[in-house]
Design a protein around this ligand. Structure first.
Ligand code: AHG
Ligand code: MN
Ligand code: MN
Length: 328
């Protein structure tokens, strides 16, 4: 018997009293958009091969097109849901607001429409990341800044889709982490992993070592510890360069992903609202941890919608080894 993501969300709603049918209608906008992106990415792969002749501008256009396409798909599908008060996208400088009343426009959706887009032109996994916030009942403003700049622990839901050999959706509403695989024969995301748990310790560490020279010392020492077996086991290094894919492996296999501060990005490269927060919510729900190196990601009070943060996420064992003696 299959369970689609719609059925699963509705079942969740029975448990989550305050959620309503509106919530599942909202999330169905996300799943529809990601199915449109998935179809385009498959085609892009094909065109990409065909595009070898005119490769630079086709690929450049292709990549650019896919970022924009994914953004348009999400804006279109979600904009039609009247429970959406605002949409915040990595691709748009300003939020898209819909002038809906507090009674109707209850949710804000923040998203990275296409994560890892530098990997599209080499046919490597990419993803979509989303985070759902509840509009503050007192927020009657037009720009909804107060409702958008809420710390990550206020998220109502978070999830991602990784477009790989199969297309997998992982989401949480704060009641465990659940994974679905797109069945292309019926065009539905079907439940394949309920209550996913991140292993207490894993076998991989994941970081762009090209930046090692400009990390703060503690990160070089930490990666040195992982390499030296100081955590009681041998590690292997894996870095795909698409956050969603590197995170998904960390969720399944354990270990740690890190993007520390660098000389070029002293505040970190990854974005708080639509990369770190949603993945931190999922990591914690699966028994892992997520930190900026100074503080728990979900406790950070955002100052701006495109704010960046150092991002370290993974299994308890590896995270404690980094954070021992420091604010969690
Ligand atoms: P995006 O494609 O949405 O801009 O995200 C790219 C991010 C993230 O996916 C990945 O972890 C990181 O960039 C890789 O950065 P480096 O190439 O600097 O390692
Ligand atoms: Mn991204
Ligand atoms: Mn992106």
């Amino acid at each position: 018997m299959i369970t689609t993501v719609q059925q699963h969300i509705l079942q969740q709603q029975q448990e989550i009293s305050e959620a309503t049918g509106r919530f599942s209608w909202l999330l169905s906008g996300i799943t529809l958009a990601t199915k449109m992106v998935e179809a385009k990415i498959r085609t892009a792969g094909l065109t990409d091969v065909l595009g070898v002749m005119g490769q630079t501008n086709v690929q450049g256009e292709q990549q650019q097109k896919l970022d924009v396409y994914a953004n348009q798909a999400l804006l279109h599908c979600l904009g039609l849901r009247d429970s959406v008060a605002a949409l915040v996208s990595e691709e748009d400088e300003e939020p898209v607001t819909f002038n809906r009343s507090v009674e109707t426009g209850k949710y804000i959706i923040v998203f990275d429409p296409l994560d890892g887009s530098s990997n599209i032109d080499v046919n490597v996994n990419v993803g979509t990341i989303f985070s759902v916030l509840r509009r503050l009942p007192s927020d009657h403003s037009s720009d909804l800044q107060a409702s958008i700049l809420q710390p990550g622990y206020t998220q109502v839901a978070a999830g991602y889709v990784v477009y790989g050999p199969s297309t997998v959706l992982v989401y949480t509403t704060g009641h465990g982490v659940h994974g679905f695989t797109l069945d292309p024969t019926i065009g539905a995301f079907v439940l394949t992993s309920e209550n996913m748990k991140m292993p207490e310790q894993g076998g991989y560490y994941s970081v762009n070592e090209a930046n090692a020279a400009t990390w703060p010392d503690e990160y070089r020492e930490y990666v040195g510890k992982l390499r030296s077996g100081a955590l009681g086991r041998q590690y292997s290094s894996r870095y795909i360069g698409s956050l969603v894919a590197d995170f998904h492996r960390t969720l399944l296999k354990g270990g740690v992903f890190l993007y520390p501060p660098t000389k070029d990005q002293p505040g970190g490269k990854l974005r708080l609202l639509y990369e770190a927060n949603p993945l931190a919510f999922i990591a914690e729900q699966a028994g892992g941890m997520a930190s900026s190196g100074q503080t728990r990601i979900l406790d950070i009070k955002p100052e701006g919608i495109h704010q960046r943060t150092p991002f370290i996420v993974g299994s308890k064992r590896e995270m404690q080894a980094l954070l021992d003696g420091r604010a969690k």
